[in-house]
Design a protein around this ligand. Structure first.
Ligand SMILES: [Zn+2]
Length: 274
């Protein structure tokens, strides 16, 4: 055999059935980045593999690494939490679907990513606890963290080209140029989006707060729509692809606003599907 077992923790980003009783899972692990493992007979009673895998589960695992591009072989799996609160709020659940999609793309196979793992764990925890009304803020804060971690944080306070401090008023942002570009620098290509001063400050605050503290920041419907539009462009530019699941977190009718939701109804009351 040669290889020895590796023990770590991981969050389930994707899982597929394999045969009648086995599953393949893609996990986000702090010391392995994106890890693909085969879990033999995990759907049968098994003292070592406490399955089956479910999306968003955080658990302890031990696995034998595969060779090159082979799957790792799961030897132990013990869930710590399934973030079950996500299932009590549609916006939180939609947000979680989008975030695992995004983090799957951002993580590299077998490249340690402890910061990404922490960010995702905090985001799922925040969505689980806060539920309806703050999902938009948690998602935006997570995206800001992910972009910063990959060296692609948007320039919101200084010129993306020369670093000159930005004016305080409204300005145009060029997602493909990395944010604001001052008038002394060459005009960037690609679309530009107008961002009001308040929206820009809110985005900066969301990035600083991170997903765990983002719930303190309230977004109006207009702020949600403006920041979502901008972030969608940024994320598509950074990852060079669109995310279908992003539609889940764009729709204000799905509860991605806070101001109209009375605080007494923040928990346990998913919005109507219309
Ligand atoms: Zn400049």
């Amino acid at each position: 055999m040669g290889a020895s077992e590796i023990e770590t923790v991981g969050i389930v980003l994707r899982r597929f059935d394999y045969g009648d009783s086995s599953q393949i899972a893609h996990l986000h692990c702090p010391d392995a980045g994106r890890l693909a493992v085969l879990a033999k007979a995990i759907k049968r009673p098994n003292p070592y593999l406490k399955g089956p895998f479910d999306l968003f589960q955080l658990g302890r695992l031990a696995y034998l690494p595969g060779r090159e591009s082979d799957l790792g072989l799961l030897k132990r799996w013990e869930p710590i939490t399934g973030f079950s609160g996500l299932r009590r709020s549609l916006p939180a659940l939609y947000a979680a679907f989008y975030l695992v999609d995004l983090f799957w793309e951002a993580a590299r196979e077998n490249v340690a990513d402890p910061a990404g793992f922490q960010l995702l764990a905090r985001a799922l925890g925040a969505l689980e606890e806060q539920g309806v009304g703050v999902a938009s803020a948690v998602v935006l804060a997570s995206e800001m963290g992910l972009l910063a971690a990959s060296g692609q944080a948007p320039a919101l306070e200084s010129c993306a080209s020369c670093g000159r401090a930005a004016p305080s008023g409204a300005f145009r942002l060029h997602p493909q140029a990395g944010g604001w570009v001052c008038e002394r620098c060459p005009r960037p290509r690609g679309p530009a989006l107008e961002l009001a001063p308040g929206d820009r400050r809110l985005l900066v605050s969301l990035g600083r707060a991170g997903p765990g503290q983002a719930a303190r920041l309230r977004l109006s419907r207009e702020q949600h729509l403006a920041l979502r539009r901008f972030m969608t462009e940024l994320v598509q530019t950074a990852f060079e692809r669109a995310f279908r699941s992003e539609a889940f977190v764009r729709d204000a009718r799905r509860g991605f606003v806070t101001t109209s939701v009375p605080s007494g109804r923040l928990r346990g009351a998913p919005p109507s599907p219309r």
